[in-house]
Design a protein. Structure first.
Length: 413
């Protein structure tokens, strides 16, 4: 608690003169803390609001209360053991975090991935996108007093978390995607469980839309609120649904395909208005497109191994350990010393539920990464809060911050 107590010490307006308006210095406006312990900030985020009555004059985001230090911790571990840290970054996109890290490692060492593993990666990444959007839709609706939506979205999200648990043994922190493929193949129940999601979800998404899309109260709280243009998104480095809701047709799965996304047919949903309502419409349509991708991947899911056969980087199957001394040696060396990576640097990026999620990875010829740095969408997207909230009511701040869909684990790395 000490760091937070220090950060929230009483400060004079004069100390904040570089952040607030001249009116605040003259005592004409009021400064109000929203967070860091506040249900509508979606995490430990502090917003310093400058208010003229109930109108927002300025909004200053203050991060750093989570301070996980994940990237430096990863640099102290071997390439395999560092991956367990990635799940904890964007904790609503654990498989995506695993995937982008593994893509960077594979790019750095030149490691192949079997076709079956690629297809399963896509299925699980899109299920993660749906689960993340469901949580966003439920909590953001709850922020705007639509409680029933929250209950329904949590019901569907449980189905997806059950699939993750079936595959990895964990509901959220899966560490299932590994360099060279997957931890293990999916169980025999996997296809039926995914088919059930494909069968149920379209009707459930229609239900969410019947509740919200033409709801007059929801429209009053979202239309024309928190507007950003496509040009401003480019200037501020915004990506993901926030940018697409402003008409920017940019998605890494189309622009720079990875894991075989070029094989699948899907559309990039966009909206022209760039407000809270447009961000809602884009994410709802993205869930439908994710279902479309999953169905295609499942229909042509190839048979075969789910891990590379390169024993320099991937542990041998357990079945070999009892019959091959060479397999035992490889297993022992990989888990005690790790594999070495060349003295080079790479960048890999994926389209996370929140936007461009990238990893800069640098090797030094040893078994531990010299540098790991995540480029996270929540960190970039949060910076537009002053732009979106200005001249809106303080009640609108709740809807605006929810519409950005930030995760503070993504920001405080």
């Amino acid at each position: 608690m000490e760091p937070a107590m220090v950060m929230l010490r009483e400060v004079s307006v004069d100390e904040l003169r570089h952040l607030v308006s001249e009116r605040a210095l003259a005592g004409e406006t009021m400064l109000l803390n929203m967070g860091p312990q506040h249900p509508s900030t979606h995490g430990v985020l502090r917003l310093l609001l400058e208010l003229d009555g109930e109108i927002v004059v300025n909004c200053i985001p203050d991060i750093g209360f989570l301070h996980t230090g994940v990237e430096k911790n990863m640099e102290a571990k071997t390439y395999q053991k560092a991956e367990v840290m990635t799940d904890r970054l964007d904790y609503l996109n654990p498989i995506g975090n695993n995937l982008v890290y593994c893509l960077a490692v594979e790019k750095l060492v030149g490691l192949d991935v079997p076709p079956r593993a690629q297809a399963i990666r896509v299925i699980l990444a899109e299920l993660t996108r749906i689960a993340s959007h469901l949580l966003w839709l439920g909590t953001s609706s709850l922020d705007l007093a639509a409680m029933s939506t929250f209950l329904y979205t949590m019901r569907e999200r449980e189905m997806i978390l059950d699939i993750f648990e079936m595959c990895s043994g964990q509901r959220m922190m899966t560490t299932y995607v590994r360099p060279g493929g997957l931890w293990r193949d999916v169980p025999v129940e996997f296809e039926d469980a995914v088919r059930r999601v494909l069968e149920i979800m379209p009707r459930r998404i229609d239900e969410y839309e019947r509740l919200l899309t033409t709801n007059e109260l929801f429209l009053d709280r979202t239309r024309g609120i928190g507007v950003i243009t496509a040009e401003e998104c480019i200037q501020w480095g915004i990506s993901g649904p926030v940018a697409r809701a402003a008409g920017l047709k940019y998605d890494l799965r189309k622009v720079r395909p990875y894991s075989g996304y070029e094989q699948y047919e899907f559309d990039i949903p966009t909206q022209p208005d760039g407000d809270v309502y447009s961000r809602y419409r884009v994410r709802v349509e993205e869930m439908r497109q994710s279902l479309r991708i999953i169905r295609q991947a499942l229909d042509k899911l190839p048979y075969g191994p789910v891990r590379s056969n390169n024993r320099k980087f991937v542990p041998p199957p357990r079945s070999e350990l009892g019959v091959s001394m060479e397999a035992v040696i490889h297993h022992f060396k990989l888990w005690t010393e790790g594999f070495v990576a060349p003295k080079e640097s790479v960048y890999a990026a994926i389209e996370s539920p929140r936007g461009e999620l990238g990893v800069f990875l640098e090797g030094d010829g040893g078994p531990k990464p010299y540098r790991v740095h995540y480029v996270t969408p929540s960190f970039a997207n949060l910076q537009i809060m002053p732009l979106l909230t200005r001249n809106h009511f303080i009640a609108d701040v709740v809807g605006i911050i929810g519409s950005i869909d930030i995760v503070l684990g993504d920001c405080d790395r």
